[in-house]
Design a protein around this ligand. Structure first.
Ligand SMILES: [Zn+2]
Ligand SMILES: [Zn+2]
Length: 133
């Protein structure tokens, strides 16, 4: 059976949900964020399914570009001082609504881009509790 784990994330600063339930990616709610790079600003939607690398946006991001991610509610910069182990770009962090943290690399096309759990075992246990999967 193909169980898709759908991550609901929120802003670590203001605590508001970053989920967009109106526009779906692969039938799941997307994670909507404001982004900036160079003098370009726009929006990006990340697929909220764990392990999925799909994303859409209203601006074209060049491959390997380091992007700044902002909360669409409070405008907090979500890039941290933590560096990606693969490419040294800043890591971006979100809080998972039921607990745990998702970190993604801010560099487009980096293999560390998109969802990673800091404490996978703990999060999977919480998913079991929450959804019984
Ligand atoms: Zn916020
Ligand atoms: Zn990276």
């Amino acid at each position: 059976m193909d169980t898709k784990v759908n991550l609901n994330v929120k802003c670590p600063k203001c605590g508001k949900s970053l989920m967009d339930h109106k526009q779906l990616t692969l039938g799941m709610p997307s994670i909507l964020l404001n982004i900036k790079f160079d003098d370009v600003s726009g929006q990006i939607r990340l697929c909220s399914v764990y392990g999925c690398y799909e994303h859409t946006g209203n601006v074209k991001i060049p491959n390997e570009k380091i992007v700044k991610f902002y909360c669409p509610h409070c405008d907090a910069l979500l890039n941290t001082d933590i560096k990606c182990k693969t490419c040294d770009a800043p890591i971006v962090k979100f809080n998972i609504e039921i607990g745990g943290i998702v970190s993604i690399c801010s560099r487009m096309g980096c293999t560390n881009h998109y969802v990673m759990f800091e404490n996978l075992h703990d999060v999977i246990r919480k998913f079991h509790d929450e959804y019984g999967i």
